[in-house]
Ligand binder design. Structure first.
Ligand code: HEM
Length: 501
């Protein structure tokens, strides 16, 4: 017995010594790394209460009052473009310096991951798809998905033409108030499901199948819960909800029907590729040329639906919110649209419409659909600037630390956009070249694959609406207020009256 206690004692002591030695060794290596790269600590956002409870309260209040982005901008104005903050015992680096953002997203891409939080929060619905994986799994997804967004496919306006027509039918011509944001969200799920599965859920059409309506409702509910799960951070591992799981299960089962059909078709001995010629482009058909793994196909389709649907709807909502408040911008855009003499725009027409491009750019600048993002260091690394009293020294980022970059605040930096940075002025895009100071679609190897698709759909929809109406009136006296879910939209929708030609 005594011998046993003695042996356990030695084992315990040895483990403790090893643990301390590892810690000391890590500290020495960290110090050496910091010295070698000339790293200095960034400015600190000091807490008044233990664990940064005051900061959490401030954030919750700002979120409740729909001014979270404004609050973040205030913090950068107070501390500078890069600062460190400790919230509930965890340290974060916040930055809006384009050089740091470029480092995280491109130059040192391999040093950063999305992090467990996001991947774990999204996984029940999205599996191992492109939007919630890192490393080799993400590389595989990207290689699978990316080739399906070539110029030819993006230029196929037929994919959304019918849905834009359905939307136009629902805009009152009597001067009564309509919430365009609601219509845009319905239109983009209609067009995205058609593009992805080959069959639209038709939420804007006079008649829908019960299954399709159920899917649209389930997908919305599942997506809202994902937004909640990501916000509660690491606690999401303990989040359980039978309603959420039901919505996830039904959403996946709905998509699986199309996947099984595509697999059967491709495996059929009589399968003839030319059967698809002259039909609309269908993403699932293209993807099934590369894999016949049903789970993988369902994962990727749901990932693209999530990434592509709300984002495009939010952009359109912000464009029309602004147009309703800014008659000068409406007038300039209308002049450009009228040059088409009522003809539906082609892809080439859209690319040649410079004022339209400026309006879309400026909307994404002031109202970036993804206003904040996070990357987690997967090894000790450093950012090029933000440290030391003058903010010009590199900043050490230890393995496991989150770097938050706030696109909303970066897009409003006077150092890039001038003293009128807060103003909506499309003309600035005539000469502006903001580089990494403008990242509505992110940048680097994980840049949005749907960028051209989104800009084409948003541009096409905008032009078709302007071709049918000679004016727009805001029916919302309030200024714009954020609605934050997974993306950012307008809290009060886009309440307007449209005046027909
Ligand atoms: C205005 C519309 C859109 C905006 C502003 C936008 C923005 C973004 C941003 C900021 C990211 C990076 C997210 C991150 O890494 O954390 C992203 C990724 C992505 N987007 Fe978009 N997006 C839009 C539309 C679309 C559309 C229409 C599609 C597809 C049809 C799409 C597909 C994707 C995919 C698949 C990714 C993940 C890329 C990867 O991780 O490799 N997006 N988008």
């Amino acid at each position: 017995m005594v011998v046993l206690i003695y042996v356990y004692g030695i084992l315990f002591a040895a483990t403790a010594i090893l643990f301390v030695a590892q810690k000391v060794n890590r500290l020495i290596r960290k110090r050496k790394y910091v010295r070698e790269h000339g790293c200095q600590p960034p400015a600190t956002l000091h807490n008044q209460l233990p664990f940064g409870i005051d900061r959490v309260r401030e954030m919750l209040r700002a979120a409740r009052e729909k001014r979270f982005q404004e609050m973040m901008q205030g913090r950068y104005l107070q501390t500078g473009n890069t600062f460190q903050s400790t919230i509930l015992g965890r340290s974060y680096i916040f930055t809006i310096d384009p050089r740091n953002v470029q480092t995280v997203l491109a130059l040192k891409f391999k040093d950063f991951d999305l992090g467990d939080n996001r991947n774990y929060a999204f996984r029940p619905l999205l599996g191992q798809g492109i939007f919630c994986s890192d490393g080799p799994i993400w590389e595989h997804s990207r290689a699978l998905v990316r080739p399906n967004f070539t110029r030819n496919q993006v230029a196929d306006i037929n994919v959304y033409d019918v849905h834009v027509s359905n939307l136009l039918r629902l805009i009152p011509r009597t001067g009564s108030t309509v919430d365009l944001q609601d219509l845009f969200f319905r239109m983009t799920i209609d067009s995205a499901t058609e593009f992805l599965f080959g069959e639209s859920v038709h939420t804007l059409a006079p008649h829908q199948s019960a299954d399709a309506s159920r899917f649209a409702a389930d997908f919305n509910q599942a997506q809202d819960t994902l937004a909640f799960r990501i916000r509660i951070g690491p606690i999401n591992k303990f989040h359980r909800s039978s309603e959420f799981l039901g919505a996830v299960q039904r959403s996946r089962a709905y998509v699986d029907q199309f996947v099984q059909k595509a697999i059967r078709l491709r495996q059929s001995p009589n399968h003839d590729e030319s059967q698809n010629i002259n039909k609309h482009y269908v993403f699932l058909n293209e993807l099934s040329k590369k894999t016949l793994d049903a789970t993988e196909l369902t994962d990727q389709l749901l990932n693209i639906l999530l990434a592509g649907r709300d984002t495009t709807a939010s952009l359109l909502s912000m464009v029309f919110f602004t147009l309703a408040k800014r008659q000068d911008v409406w007038k300039n855009l209308k002049t450009e649209v009228d040059l088409l003499n009522g003809r539906k725009p082609s892809f080439t027409d859209l690319k040649g419409m410079s004022y339209l491009t400026w309006v879309l750019n400026e909307t994404l600048r002031l109202y970036p659909v993804v206003p904040t993002n996070i990357r987690m260091a997967n090894k000790d690394t450093f950012l090029p600037v933000g440290g030391g009293p003058d903010g010009n020294s590199p900043v050490f980022v230890p393995k496991g630390m989150d770097v938050v970059y706030t696109t909303y605040s970066m897009h409003r930096l006077q150092s890039i956009y001038g003293p009128d940075a807060e103003e909506f002025r499309p003309e600035r895009w005539g000469t502006l070249k903001p580089g990494w100071g403008y990242i509505p679609f992110n940048g680097g190897p994980r840049i949005c694959v749907g960028q051209q698709f989104a800009l084409t759909e948003a541009g096409y929809t905008t032009v078709r609406i302007l071709q049918q109406f000679k004016g727009i009136e805001s029916r919302d006296p309030e200024p714009w207020m954020e609605a934050l879910t997974l993306t950012m939209a307008s809290k009060n929708g886009v309440k307007v009256a449209m005046i027909p030609e």
